[in-house]
Design a protein around this ligand. Structure first.
Ligand code: ZN
Length: 409
């Protein structure tokens, strides 16, 4: 891939994704296979005035060894220095960039039960820190084309670097960074998403009704003072940033306990390196009470049993069927992309900033208003080209939101 294009993409991540502030610290989490691109991003962060850029390198084969060789007890521990680091970060509030390039199959075959239990134990220790930092710092998840990931997505591409180049193209075109000026493309894209949110938020909807010929028939209740959000967000101190690049979705957190009916998946769900295919979920009083999958059913059941909130919904996201990700016709085996291909729901944690004026409330108050809480947040795709979505208000007024998988307004 051309260096100029990659540098422009790096600039987009530093300036629009993170919007690094003068004097701010930046933490970049990246895989070892991308030193050149990480350096491009680090340079852009310094140009934006970053005081210090730290890179947390990881390497999936070593993560895998850790999962295989360590006992559950050790795997469940959070070393004291990790907590010390977090305490420091609570004071300095660094911006965080997560660069994803890992092999979707890289953890296949590990003991997922052991891994999930250990993750659960670590999350119990780490969650209070995360809760205290929530909405206070800029963060962004974006992708770089890892070699093994590329081979998985383009298995028939032969010759060195060809698959990787194809994956770069797919990533950059979905991220609106292959043509034109990426920063200008995102200014326009963010404006379009903001206008859609404004319209949806003006309607005062209390329910979303989903229907499709594949059998989907679901009613999801919305928060009484909930809002739809999309594209860029703001920290509590008012710094604008884009948490996901790409991002096509207009989303909200639904009302915990108010989902009735059946919903069918329309794309495989890749979870911890494993695929769950062709599944449906039946909801009663907000809770997933029945799931069935043609493959990966046991894993899907494990996902919704992770904790009390895992079987409840945390997100309703609206994504047109003709989004750039879907038009690319690439299955990325990566949620950041695949979730932007179609409408989706998520099991688990909701977004506390989907309540109007959320700044004035505590975490507990926001959860009491109906935002689900869980250690997991797992998206699954339900959009197809004949999905209809209606929005209904408390007084019964009905508005078409989606027709045939696309925006109806
Ligand atoms: Zn989403």
């Amino acid at each position: 891939m051309h260096k100029t294009i990659l540098k422009n993409y790096a600039k987009l991540l530093a300036r629009v994704g993170l919007n690094v502030q003068k004097g701010q610290e930046v933490i970049i989490a990246a895989e070892l296979d991308q030193p050149e691109f990480v350096a491009f991003v680090a340079e852009e962060c310094y140009r934006a005035g970053a005081a210090r850029v730290r890179v947390d390198w990881s390497h999936q084969p070593i993560q895998r060894l850790g999962a295989e060789y360590r006992s559950e007890e050790v795997l469940s521990e959070v070393p004291f220095w990790r907590e010390e680091k977090l305490r420091g970060e609570l004071r300095t509030l660094p911006a965080r960039l997560y660069l994803d390039s890992a092999d979707p199959d890289g953890l296949n075959g590990i003991d997922t039960e052991k891994y999930a239990r250990a993750l659960q134990a670590r999350t119990r220790i780490l969650k209070p820190y995360r809760d205290k930092m929530e909405n206070k710092y800029q963060w962004c998840i974006a992708a770089v084309a890892g070699e093994r990931w590329a081979k998985k997505v383009f298995p028939r591409a032969t010759g060195s670097g060809i698959a990787q180049d194809k994956l770069w193209r797919a990533i950059l075109s979905c991220s609106r960074s292959l043509e034109g000026n990426p920063m200008e493309n995102w200014r326009r894209h963010n404006a379009d998403l903001a206008a859609r949110c404004e319209y949806l938020n003006s309607l005062g909807l209390s329910v979303l009704e989903y229907e499709s010929s594949n059998g989907t028939n679901l009613r999801v209740g919305l928060l009484r003072d909930g809002v739809f959000a999309a594209g860029s967000e703001r920290t509590l101190s008012g710094v604008e940033f884009n948490p996901n690049i790409p991002s096509e979705e207009v989303f909200t957190s639904p009302m915990r306990g108010e989902a009735e009916g059946v919903v069918y998946s329309t794309k495989p769900l890749s979870y911890q390196g494993q695929l769950i295919r062709n599944f449906f979920v039946r909801f009663e009083r907000g809770r997933a009470v029945e799931v069935h999958a043609s493959s990966g059913e046991a894993l899907l059941k494990k996902v919704i049993e992770m904790d009390e909130g895992a079987a409840y919904l945390g997100e309703c996201a609206l994504v047109p069927y003709d989004s750039p990700v879907n038009r690319s016709r690439v299955l990325f085996y990566n949620t950041l992309f695949d979730e932007n291909a179609a409408c989706h729901l998520a099991f688990g944690r909701g977004f506390t900033n989907c309540v109007r004026g959320y700044e004035a409330f505590s975490e507990e108050q926001l959860h009491a208003k109906g935002i689900n809480d869980s250690m997991i947040h797992v998206d699954f795709m339900i959009g197809n080209d004949d999905l209809h979505i209606d929005g209904v208000t408390q007084t019964g007024a009905r508005y078409p939101i989606f027709r045939n998988g696309r925006w109806a307004f």
